[in-house]
Design a protein around this ligand. Structure first.
Ligand SMILES: [Zn+2]
Length: 488
């Protein structure tokens, strides 16, 4: 980047900041401000029910899997798991022919750009994910962010995801952050909101710590204990993917600039996530004393053995997004799942974004298993059960919420899905882990329960008008494109 360009960008940024300062503020963090696009229905109540006769995959070594087993849920908590549970007062959910498992935990998901789905082309570089998000992201208003996150949440819930780490690397203002959090809350998801920086922010500008502190004050602790807060950091060092468009949204910071942002987050007690899309930054981060168990990295493609030893020692976790990482050019690295597992590094699974791929944790497991088997499976055996662990309990460990979710354990919150095994792509089902990893897809997800609320039943939302969610996201997306006078 030239000095001239930088100063022009700075000027544009300053002008935008002035304009923002002159714009009357909407009531901050008020749910009512967001109800213009609200689903129009309250979340279902948490009741008492028992799932009967399901194949139960608990993902808890202390609670055996069951064939034809019951799960009893009351006031949002798992009360009991057993072969036959006596719960006369509970409403019955018939689990026959279904696999009951913990909901998926998606540890890296850019929900803010889901509504750009109509414009991104996987096979046309000029219309790739990075150019489209860099072009339209700066034009987004809080209402656009709200509609996008609601669209992404609907897709996630329908696919069986109950917890999401919302990686908001286009946090244009605290109002945008409040809009995204409102959408997560309105959709009833569990998750962490990672407060970021606006697309196009100059690298030498720090994060908006004052805005971050306000959001923390207004939203944390969440009264339902469903939502948590963190930050998403810009990148350390040069990127090898996405060119200038990626650099404008991800940043290309020095280690001093990274330290400034991370110190600010840590002063507020917030965890940190960062992409490693390029030459590995791990050694430099370690030299600066920045790594710790509050750090999650994303895209484990180019680590060295020494770096994996560091990650293990520091308790850093790594999120892999197999479907989109598999689309990268070979020289950008391979998914190092085998190496990370051998080194004892915490790993979890993620979608990344749904602007150019469907939200499908089953496919993520399937693709990861295929790539792993193809490259390193003979040396590092991987079971299908281990993949389901990565997609559930290991995600909870990554996000620091394993005491509350990630497995079907009495005392934990009830985040569960029921997957039909009688559908054409599944039947006749044999081993349940084989069925989940090799055959299942989102269309087989029958029932989704988050924190004891049944959000989806019989493959349909119980409280949301999906057609309205889609229509409002589409309307916002095309308005953004018109505002950008694009394509032109
Ligand atoms: Zn990402």
């Amino acid at each position: 980047m030239t000095g001239t360009k930088l100063s022009r960008r700075r000027l544009m940024w300053a002008a935008a900041a002035v304009a923002a300062a002159l714009t009357p503020r909407r009531p901050f963090a008020q749910p009512a401000a967001r109800t213009a696009a609200a689903p129009g229905a309250a979340l279902p109540a948490r009741g008492e029910f028992v799932i009967r006769g399901a194949t139960v995959l608990t993902m808890d070594p202390a609670v055996p899997d069951l064939t034809g087993g019951d799960v009893h849920i009351r006031d949002g908590a798992i009360v009991a798991v057993g072969q036959t549970i006596d719960a006369a007062a509970a409403q019955v959910i018939d689990g026959a022919g279904m696999i009951c498992m913990p909901g998926f935990i998606d540890t890296h998901f850019h929900m803010w750009n889901a509504l750009l789905r109509p414009f991104v082309r996987a096979d046309v570089p000029a219309l790739g994910y990075f150019p489209v998000t860099a072009r339209l992201g700066p034009l987004m208003e809080p209402e656009d962010s709200y509609r996008s996150v609601r669209l992404a949440a609907a897709d996630a819930i329908a696919a069986g995801i109950t917890t999401v780490h919302n990686w908001s690397h286009n946090t244009r203002s605290p109002e945008h952050a409040a809009a995204e959090l409102s959408a997560m809350r309105d959709m009833g998801m569990r998750g962490r909101f990672a407060y970021g920086t606006p697309v196009g922010l100059p690298d030498d500008e720090p994060m908006d710590f004052a805005g971050l502190a306000r959001i923390k004050q207004d939203w944390m602790p969440d009264k339902d204990n469903l939502l948590a807060l963190g930050i998403c950091s810009r990148n350390l060092g040069a990127l090898t993917i996405g060119g200038a468009a990626a650099a404008s949204s991800r940043g290309v910071l020095t280690v001093e600039q990274i330290k400034r942002d991370w110190d600010g987050a840590r002063a507020l007690g917030l965890p940190i996530t960062m992409h490693t899309s390029g030459a590995s930054p791990i050694t430099e981060l370690e030299r600066a004393g920045l790594l710790g168990p509050d750090v999650q990295l994303v895209h484990p493609l180019l680590t060295t053995p020494e770096e994996r030893t560091i990650l293990k020692a520091r308790g850093v976790s790594y999120s892999t997004s197999p479907q989109l990482e598999a689309r990268r050019a070979a020289q950008l690295g391979v998914i190092q799942l085998g190496e990370l597992l051998e080194a004892g590094v915490k790993v979890s699974l993620s979608t990344d974004h749904i602007a150019s791929i469907g939200c499908d944790p089953f496919s993520s497991m399937r693709v990861l298993f295929a790539l792993h088997s193809h490259r390193i499976g003979a040396r590092v055996p991987l079971t299908l059960k281990r993949l389901v662990q990565l997609a559930t309990i290991d995600g909870a460990v990554d996000l620091g919420i394993a005491e509350r979710t990630g497995s079907i354990t009495p005392g934990k919150r009830a985040d569960l899905v029921l997957v039909r095994t009688a559908d054409t792509n599944m039947a006749p089902a044999g081993d349940p882990y084989e069925a989940i990893v090799s055959f299942a897809m989102p269309a087989n997800v029958d029932t989704v329960i988050v924190d004891g609320r049944v959000l989806r039943r019989g493959g349909k939302f119980t409280a949301f008008d999906h057609a309205q969610i889609v229509a409002q996201a589409r309307e916002a997306a095309f308005a953004l494109r018109a505002k950008a006078k694009w394509p032109s």
